[in-house]
Design a protein around this ligand. Structure first.
Ligand SMILES: Cc1cc2nc3c(=O)[nH]c(=O)nc-3n(C[C@H](O)[C@H](O)[C@H](O)COP(=O)(O)OP(=O)(O)OC[C@H]3O[C@@H](n4cnc5c(N)ncnc54)[C@H](O)[C@@H]3O)c2cc1C
Length: 597
């Protein structure tokens, strides 16, 4: 396992060096485009009809579509983008299932649905900053996952997904529970990685996981089964018999300006992937998350614009498990892994690549960003040019196998044994800076020519995004501060502030002690021009709260009653604080099954 993990990260890092030319047009839109909707009147005439209409072709949607089609229903998938896959195809392809999968059995790992359920509802599991991973999970929703997780694994294998032939591990096992290793890795195989546009070299195809290794086989299975996938068909409304009562009858979609009404004979399934890309929606949970947090992980491949949540609440659906969205753990909010580009998400251990010029969406991503190997090579300053925290500090942690050693399910000793360590990096970055704005404004990585040499960076396009204002350089620090002009820099950075911050930091290098923020032994002065400012603002990632669903993935209303004919799974569903693919695929399977039954 260890060796394979090492292989994976080295080879992926090597891949990053493949960058070449070609920056496309600048379009900063996308975040928060969807606005609130009201219930629409049921159309007199339908343009298209299917038994089951699935909204979104990501992890939830494609799974649900295949299941429903194989159960005998006619199925249409509508996808907003001009490509399938959602965040799932951009992902690292780690799927945390468990509960007694064939892979666990093969490698002698003891697990069961009960063990999994109790892990994922254990009130006593807390992160070092005190945030509880599972305390606010809906027992009914998690029970359904625990009972179906192993089945989901076998279903994926039966539908062409080739998992790496290694023991299920704990790598990337965020929010997978403490008692057993449950991570499985969807081998990349020959499928091109959407981040690079290329397949991996043959020697790595079965030992490195990618989202394409998960989603391309599912796409093939959907096509083979006869699922109809309509690209560039964006759901804009859900039709219900009455605005707040009766059966869901169908949906409205926008196809490049043309409205089409699609009748759903049995059911509509929402697999729209969450809400963190919608500024107004996400601020219901966390008012700090204003516009400057524009680096949504998974963008620009697909957004999480809350369109599923908004359309469903417009016909009476309830939201659920809202505490999970504000809890400070895992990848709900991430520290920038790449700097100098708008989309700067990086998963642990360099497993997720940046956007590369060969990707079909690179014209929207515009730059790959510079991967920071060592935060000793830069300081981070806020919009006003002031340092705010130890740059080497990490983002929020999350619970997985063996995160708590000597773990006993549901024991107060678990929380007691976690060494408290608040790690407020993200909170410090997001803190307001004294004006009336709620968010913290842009965060800039400041470094000099020597840092560029140490990191072997090439600070030119397409590695950095100069044109859209995510990267600046100048021959003096004052000149650098004055040069920073872009849409989220609400006030000019006072040159004096930046000069003072760097001078003080350089004095910490002399003394060997960061007297302000405790960065462990600051090593390098920022002294040799040119000086650089690279976008390093935290990014938004997971949605952990969404529509209220039953164990059968039926959407429920504010009275706790099922809305007939409406299902949901994945990041648009609430009640389950788990990162990623596993719950989405499992709930897709449950929703697809019940939509036909
Ligand atoms: C960089 C990155 C790495 C990740 N790595 C991992 C990992 O290794 N392991 C893991 O478990 N998780 C990982 N994740 C998270 C995982 O990809 C998501 O949690 C998962 O894909 C969510 O599934 P979903 O079906 O809810 O949404 P998605 O897979 O995002 O699918 C939603 C789809 O709905 C479409 N859509 C949205 N609105 C509409 C609309 N109105 N009409 C029509 N279509 C619409 C979207 O375009 C999209 O195609 C990663 C995510 C990212 C971004």
């Amino acid at each position: 396992m260890l060796e394979s993990k090492k292989n994976r990260s080295i080879s992926r890092r090597d891949l990053v060096k493949v960058a070449s030319a070609g920056v496309g047009t600048i379009a900063l839109g996308g975040i928060g485009a969807q606005s609130a909707t009201a219930a629409e009147t049921v159309p007199a005439r339908w343009d298209v009809e299917a038994d089951v209409v699935v909204i979104g072709s990501g992890a939830t949607g494609l799974t649900a579509a295949i299941v429903a089609k194989e159960a005998g229903a006619s199925v249409i998938v509508v996808e907003a983008e001009n490509h399938i896959g959602g965040h799932a195809i951009v992902s690292g392809g780690t799927v945390v299932l468990g509960g007694g999968t064939s892979a666990q059995k093969k490698y002698g790992i003891v697990d069961s649905p009960d063990l999994l359920f109790r892990d994922l509802t254990d009130w006593s599991v807390a992160e070092p900053n005190g945030a509880p991973d599972y305390r606010y999970n809906d027992r009914e929703v998690v029970r359904a996952f625990a009972d179906n997780a192993a089945r989901t694994c076998e279903w994926l294998i039966a539908h062409g997904v080739a998992f790496m032939d290694i023991a299920p591990g704990s790598f990337d096992a965020v929010t997978s529970g403490n008692s057993a290793p449950r991570s499985m890795y969807a081998a990349a195989m020959h499928w091109p990685n959407v981040l690079t546009g290329k397949p991996l070299d043959a020697e790595f195809q079965s030992v490195i996981a990618t989202g394409a290794g998960l989603m391309r086989p599912l796409q093939a299975a959907a096509e083979k089964a006869g699922v109809k996938i309509l690209l560039e068909h964006r759901m804009t409304a859900i039709y219900r018999e009455n605005p707040n009562a009766g059966q869901v009858l169908g949906i409205a979609v926008d196809n490049n300006g043309k409205k089409i009404n699609i009748r759903a004979g049995n059911a509509a399934i929402i697999g729209t992937g969450g809400s963190t890309g919608n500024v107004n929606f996400r601020r219901m949970f966390d008012p700090r998350l204003t516009e400057e947090y524009c680096g949504l992980a998974g963008m620009p491949w697909s957004n999480q614009d809350a369109s599923g949540e908004l359309a469903a609440t417009a016909v009476g659906a309830s939201l659920w498990g809202l505490a999970n969205q504000t809890a400070e753990f895992g990848s709900v909010l991430s520290k920038a892994g790449f700097i100098g580009s708008q989309y700067n998400y990086m998963a642990m251990d360099m497993l997720v690549l940046p956007w590369m010029p060969g990707s079909e969406v690179f014209d929207k991503a515009r730059a790959s960003g510079l991967r920071v190997a060592n935060w000793q090579d830069a300081i981070l300053v806020n919009m006003l040019g002031k340092r705010f925290y130890d740059e080497t500090a990490s983002a929020f942690t999350a619970n997985g196998y063996n995160s708590i050693s000597s773990y006993t399910q549901d024991s107060y000793l678990n929380a007691k044994n976690v060494k408290y360590s608040p790690n407020n990096f993200i909170n410090a970055a997001l803190a307001g800076i004294g004006d009336e704005h709620n968010g913290g404004g842009p965060i800039w990585a400041i470094f000099d020519a020597d840092a560029v040499a140490r990191e072997s960076w090439d600070p030119t396009p397409p590695n950095v995004d100069i044109e859209a204002g995510f990267f600046f350089s100048a021959n003096s620090l004052a000149g650098l501060a004055s040069a920073i002009k872009m849409q989220y820099q609400r006030v000019p950075m006072p040159p004096d502030n930046l000069e003072k911050a760097v001078t003080r930091y350089n004095s910490f290098v002399d003394s060997g002690v960061d007297a302000d923020f405790g960065k462990p032994k600051p090593l390098h002065k920022i002294a040799k021009p040119p000086f650089y400012a690279a976008w390093a603002t935290p990014n938004v990632h997971d949605t952990r709260a969404g529509l209220r669903i039953s164990a059968r993935c039926e959407v429920m209303d504010m009275n706790g009653a099922v809305i007939a004919g409406l299902y949901c799974g994945g990041e648009s569903a609430g009640g389950f604080s788990q990162h990623g693919l596993a719950r989405a695929i499992c709930q897709g399977l449950i929703a697809g099954t019940n939509a036909v039954a």
